[in-house]
Design a protein around this ligand. Structure first.
Ligand SMILES: Cc1cc2ncn([C@H]3O[C@H](COP(=O)(O)O)[C@@H](O)[C@H]3O)c2cc1C
Ligand SMILES: O=C(O)c1cccnc1
Length: 344
């Protein structure tokens, strides 16, 4: 593979101090805007500015199918992947509604759905293959396919305008991939990483865990992030790894959705740790394993709404908080300017 995008350290003590000074002198008790203040500071550091501005936010949904889905790890059939892609494009999915509500440009990327789509606006055809292979039999994808997916993800980000990327995904079976990536990269037992996904009952969840255990055994000794991604990832996840690396290298803000997007961030962060400085974690999904994933990433989610959908829905819901954080920095008066008395 060509060289991965390089992600530099954003640490800038003088700028952080200036941002904190601005926040501390706004007309409010010290620290009273809580997490919004930390968010404002992070956005300022990403953009190297005391007046960060969010321009042309792009919501990008990566979609692909998974060979492992044939093993009964999801409550829904693989056909739902392409059917939901059609639904995203015709405007009827949750993420379509939320993108419309918030004025977010929505792009769907076919990273490897087992279906032929007719070309249309809003759809990028970037198929690596017709779904991954069954990872119980061998690697989900070859190293060449994995590299191609990562490079394609980089290219998708390069082709989009603006300074904010909001990532979402669609792919029946992909909570399995995400759980496997978490288990192998963190060393945590699969029982702590895997969840009900689209809504498995207790018995089906136990069967899913059994399948995932067998997958981990099949790929025993595979530890390097890119090898783990090829063995147990998905085309949409690998493409998101590239997209995250590229967005981070360009110092764009990355708004992370739920469990599956977080798994892509986990892989990207193992390759380039400073990626995490650009990531805002939108919410903590109800998918079991996401809390553990966020701990691994050192990420504090903005929202906790018991969502367990994916698509980028949680990220779209968190978007206005980023806008508010920027506007607080830009528009709120200081004690001095407003003539308000400071702490006694
Ligand atoms: C109708 C429908 C819409 C969805 N939108 C996102 N997902 C979510 O569910 C899938 C992951 O769960 P699992 O690993 O159990 O298959 C992903 O496609 C994810 O985005 C959906 C799932 C369904 C059924
Ligand atoms: O958190 C997610 O992204 C998620 C959870 C369940 C199903 N699909 C996605």
């Amino acid at each position: 593979m060509n060289i991965l995008p390089q992600v530099t350290d954003l640490q800038d003590e003088p700028l952080a101090a200036r941002l904190q000074h601005h926040l501390d002198h706004k007309t409010k008790p010290l620290g009273s805007l809580g997490r919004l203040e930390a968010l404002a500071l992070q956005l300022g550091l990403i953009q190297s500015s005391t007046r960060p501005q969010l321009l042309h936010p792009q919501l990008v949904v990566f979609a692909a199918d998974h060979g492992l889905a044939a093993r009964g790890v999801s409550a829904y059939p693989s056909d739902v992947t392409w059917q939901m892609v059609e639904n995203f494009l015709s405007g009827g999915a949750a993420v379509s509604v939320l993108a419309r509500q918030h004025g977010l440009a929505l792009t769907v990327v076919d990273a490897g759905v087992r279906h032929h789509f007719t070309p249309r606006p809003g759809l990028l055809q970037r198929k690596i293959g017709p779904g991954t292979a069954d990872m119980l039999d061998g690697p989900a994808m070859s190293e060449a396919e994995c590299a191609s997916a990562i490079e394609t993800g980089c290219g998708v980000v390069r082709s989009l305008p603006g300074n904010v990327l909001i990532f979402g995904e669609m792919g029946i079976g992909n909570t399995s991939s995400a759980a496997l990536l978490l288990a192998r990269l963190s060393g945590e037992p699969i029982e702590r990483c895997a969840g009900r996904g689209t809504g498995l009952d207790d018995a089906a969840l136990q069967r899913k865990i059994g399948v995932l255990q067998a997958v981990l055994q099949r790929h025993e000794g595979v530890d390097a992030p890119l090898a783990v991604l090829a063995a147990m990832g998905g085309f949409e996840i690998a493409m998101m790894v590239g997209a995250v690396l590229q967005a981070a290298a360009e110092r764009r803000v990355i708004l992370v959705d739920g469990f599956i997007v977080s798994a892509a961030v986990l892989v990207a962060a193992r390759l380039q740790p400073h990626v995490l400085q650009r990531c805002v974690f939108a919410h903590q999904s109800d998918e079991a394993g996401h809390a553990l994933m966020l701990r691994q990433l050192g990420g504090q989610p903005l929202l906790q709404l018991s969502l367990r959908l994916g698509e980028g829905s949680g990220a779209a819901l968190a978007w206005p908080l980023l806008v508010s954080a920027c506007r607080i920095l830009a528009e709120m008066a200081s004690f001095e300017a407003a003539g308000v008395s400071q702490q006694a």
